[in-house]
Design a protein around this ligand. Structure first.
Ligand code: GDG
Length: 479
């Protein structure tokens, strides 16, 4: 067993919650990247002498652990080759498309897998070094699925939790992976494996039974060494109260007015906000809107679409192709249907501060969230949190995890363009009472189940799982 460190709670995630910036004096510094996960975990980290292990981005080597605003951060290094093979390769060109219904073709390369193992090992070694005796370690997401088992081997005393932020695919797709058993065994190093939805937890349990051969019952896996692993759903959320406060502020209200004016004060503004990712269904959504204008259902002076697409994973080929496709589509729609000073689609390929995002949410009458597959989709929840006047319509894909909770949205199948057009028209024409009734119900859900409730429920469950089952389990039959 590795000798213990002093942290009672260790968060292990691919990214650290800070970005490298240049201070005014030219020296390198850190800036906190705002996000729900950080705000939810920060109080827990402080209360437990916690540390956060992650990669700060870039290839800078020899970074020392540091404190940022009372949080202890441990930066992990990555070489340029590892960024290419582990991050852009195995994480984002193998696992990401495979776990999202294969909406793009996953690539399988043995060197990428080797880099995935190497980087996972480095994260596990670091976690083993900093965790105190009997500490809790919470590992996050698809980039680090081998860490639980690697860490368990080094430190059997630890309580280990794992949370997957993206969907977990059905067996029929997962089976394609040449390294399917290794990944399942990696996850089984945890005491508790959390997913966004119950269906994902069930997919995992079924795969463990079929592919690793362990005995399972409902949400439990019984391992031959006497350990029990639980797989369950913990739908993630946002810091809803802080979004609402931001949306209510004078500045954001003023900025929302300016945005409406800048796009010509149309009757209704439709809004899409996404990382520029092929899972988000941006192409089909814009096509549906373009057709509604071409069909004469909407006029460009009455209905305007604002699409914010945050740059993402630009080194990965599929993302470059997507960017070109969207550029061409927007150009064609605006060229065919726009007028001088009145494009049908305002397309912004850029990222914005949180305040500006809140202003977009305040300015938009209809939020359009149409992923082909999405673990949860926080944007949908952020829109709802910002609509403190109980107005605004949400058009939401059935294939986003958020659709399980936000039942009062206009739910659509993003593969059905006509169905999507119908929902956009309905949301456009809906009367105020209908919109308010739906939004009120969604707000209740989002404000109650916020990100702190999510973190508490995961950590509460992790604290209470009984690590050993005391059953006699025969060695695994493998297929
Ligand atoms: C993964 C899963 C799951 C985006 N652009 C800007 C910006 N953002 C913020 C949003 C939101 C977050 O990034 C995006 O979260 P999503 O949930 O929409 O999507 P993914 O990035 O794919 O996240 C997803 C999530 O993990 C959590 O478990 O819900 O299913 O795929 O918070 O607001 N924030 C700022 N400027 C931007 O330009 N400030």
């Amino acid at each position: 067993m590795a000798s213990p460190g002093s942290a009672d709670l260790v968060i292990v995630a691919n990214r650290l919650p800070v970005d490298r910036v240049e201070e005014p004096d030219g020296a390198p510094g850190w800036r906190r990247s705002p996000g729900g996960l950080v705000s939810a975990l920060e109080p827990v980290l402080r209360a437990n002498d916690g540390v956060w292990i992650g990669w700060p981005g870039g290839t800078e080597q020899d970074l020392e652990p540091f404190q940022d605003d009372g949080m202890s951060l441990v930066p992990m290094t990555m070489t340029a080759a590892e960024i290419e093979e582990f991050y852009e390769g195995f994480s984002n060109a193998t696992l990401w498309p495979l776990y999202h219904d294969v909406v793009a073709k996953p690539e399988f390369h043995r060197e990428w897998w080797d880099a995935y193992v190497t980087v996972n090992r480095r994260f596990a070694d670091k976690a083993a070094e900093v965790a105190a005796e009997n500490a809790t370690v919470w590992v996050h997401d698809y980039q680090l699925q081998l860490v639980p088992a690697m860490l368990r081997e080094l430190r059997p005393d630890l309580r280990i939790g794992f949370y997957l932020h993206i969907p977990f695919p059905p067996a029929e797709l997962f089976q394609q992976l040449p390294w399917r058993r290794q990944l399942l065994e990696g996850l089984l190093g945890a005491d508790l494996v959390g997913f966004q939805l119950n269906g994902a937890a069930q997919n995992f349990i079924r795969l463990v039974r079929q592919r690793v051969g362990h005995k399972t019952h409902r949400d439990l896996v019984y391992l031959p060494d006497g350990r029990t692993v639980r797989a369950a759903a913990f739908p993630i959320s946002i810091d809803a109260a802080s979004y609402e406060t931001l949306a209510r502020s004078e500045e954001v209200g003023q900025r929302a007015k300016e945005i409406r004016e800048a796009v010509g004060n149309p009757r209704k503004i439709f809004l899409g906000v996404d990382r520029l990712d092929y899972t988000k269904g941006i192409y089909a959504r814009l096509r549906a809107f373009g057709e509604l204008i071409a069909d004469g259902e909407f006029d460009v002076s009455d209905a305007v679409f604002v699409q914010v697409a945050t740059p993402s994973r630009e080194q990965v080929e599929q993302y470059r192709i997507l960017r070109d496709d969207i550029d061409r589509l927007v150009g064609r729609i605006n060229g065919d249907l726009g007028r001088i000073g009145q494009p049908a689609i305002h397309y912004l390929h850029s990222s914005y501060p949180r305040e500006e995002m809140a202003a977009f949410f305040r300015a938009a009458d209809i939020m359009v969230v149409t992923p082909l597959r999405d673990g949860m989709n926080l944007i949908a929840k952020e829109y709802v949190a910002c609509r403190y006047e109980d107005d605004g319509a949400l058009v939401l894909s059935e294939f986003a995890g958020a659709a399980d909770e936000l039942r009062q949205a206009w739910l659509i199948n993003p593969y059905d363009i006509n169905g999507m057009k119908l929902a956009l028209r309905e949301a456009y024409a809906a009367d105020e009472r209908e919109v308010t009734k739906r939004m009120k119900a969604m707000r209740k859900t989002v404000l109650q189940h916020d990100v702190s409730a999510w973190a508490e429920s995961f950590l509460g469950e992790l604290a209470s799982v009984r690590p050993s089952h005391g059953k006699t389990v025969r060695p695994a039959k493998r297929s």
